[in-house]
Ligand binder design. Structure first.
Ligand code: ATP
Length: 333
């Protein structure tokens, strides 16, 4: 197992600074998810851990040891990419065995490893098939198995599920969580999908424009976002935010924290509005409520209201968030 540390790391490409003076510790044995919008630098961090790129300045440490001069193959890390990187002309068995053959692992040991790993990822019945005869999820498992045979202490995954359909993605998420439990290795997983991050991570590292916005457990980011960016990136639909006067202070509340009613209720934050859209999603309904010129999203498990209906929107004081002009969250507890 292995912890990873970035110490004052800067990464520039052709004088374009992508990461500036970043400090981050990724804990040993944890499932850490790097999440943030496209281009925020997630893959750049992963590539530095893998040794595919070298940082412009600062240090990258694995298990406390500076790995800057250690080549990729000797870092004890394995990377799984979104496009699988499996060989189409080789069978599943040959694909998994490939790295072992290269490392001159004896045949008997190879067979034993391939069988035990294919069992772990559910590929045992498909060992003699070519990748073209596999589903997307099975191919993704081949890519995982190829990484696993190297017995890495760190698994790096770059959007590994993005080529799968929605149903399979959900299934593979669960499989990856189970795999992580079984292996106990450090997983570093990159995604721009906050739902994926929330459902899989022990720890989320939320990034924007090359900087860490917050590092915390999913429920902590959800309940106590450190700033406006974190508040609006995590949660579907995102937190409602509006100006609270002229000083640049904003308030916010989550769509699931608001209560709608036809009569006013006793609450500190109540406003009168009208429902302008209603989106039925099955187990829940999302209403868009217009209060003066401002629209708020409200999520309800009951489908009680209709478009054009006049309603009162209220939010308990304890469920309100406030953000200063610097966009940092003012303590809400
Ligand atoms: P995505 O979710 O779209 O994959 P990301 O968060 O992984 O995004 P990175 O791939 O790390 O983002 O890229 C961060 C920034 O660095 C982007 O602006 C990108 O264009 C730039 N960048 C990355 N690699 C290089 C490179 N080799 N040369 C020049 N610019 C690069």
């Amino acid at each position: 197992m292995a912890s990873i540390e970035f110490v004052n790391v800067t990464q520039s490409f052709d004088k374009h600074v992508v990461i500036q003076d970043l400090n981050l510790t990724i804990e040993d044995g944890k499932f850490t998810v790097l999440v943030g919008p496209s281009g925020c630098g997630k893959t750049t961090l992963l590539r530095m851990i893998a040794g595919l790129d070298r940082q412009t300045s600062g240090q990258v440490l694995i298990n406390g040891k500076d790995v800057s001069r250690i080549p990729s193959g000797q870092r004890g890390v394995a990377m799984v990419f979104q496009n699988y990187a499996i060989y189409p002309t080789m069978s599943v068995r040959e694909n998994i065995e490939f790295g072992l053959k290269n490392n001159k692992v004896p045949k008997e040991e190879r067979t034993r490893l391939v069988e035990s790993i294919s069992e772990t990822v559910g590929l045992r019945p498909y060992l003699d098939r070519k990748p073209s005869a596999l589903s997307g999820g099975q191919r993704q498992r081949v890519a995982l198995a190829r990484a696993m045979v190297k017995k890495p202490s760190v698994f790096l995954m770059d959007e590994p599920l993005s080529n799968l359909d929605a149903k399979l993605r959900v299934q593979m998420r669960i499989e990856l969580i189970e795999l992580h439990k079984k292996l106990g290795s450090t997983f570093v997983y990159v995604t721009h999908d906050q739902v994926e991050a929330m459902s899989m991570a022990d720890t989320i590292v939320l990034m924007n424009q090359g900087q860490i916005q917050q590092k915390a457990a999913p429920e902590v980011i959800y309940r106590r976002p450190s700033n406006l960016f974190a508040a609006q990136f995590i949660g579907v639909p995102p937190m409602n935010v509006a100006e609270l006067g002229t000083e640049g202070v904003k308030f916010g509340f989550r769509p699931e924290s608001a209560v709608l009613s036809t009569e006013p209720v006793d609450s500190r934050y109540v406003a009168r509005g009208v429902i302008v859209t209603r989106e039925m999603l099955g187990s829940e309904t999302i209403y868009q409520v217009k209060v003066d010129q401002q629209s708020y999203m409200v999520k309800y498990t009951d489908d009680l209201f209709t478009v054009d209906q006049q309603v009162y929107l209220s939010v308990e004081a304890s469920k309100m968030y406030f953000f200063g002009a610097d966009e940092y969250c003012i303590a809400n507890e």
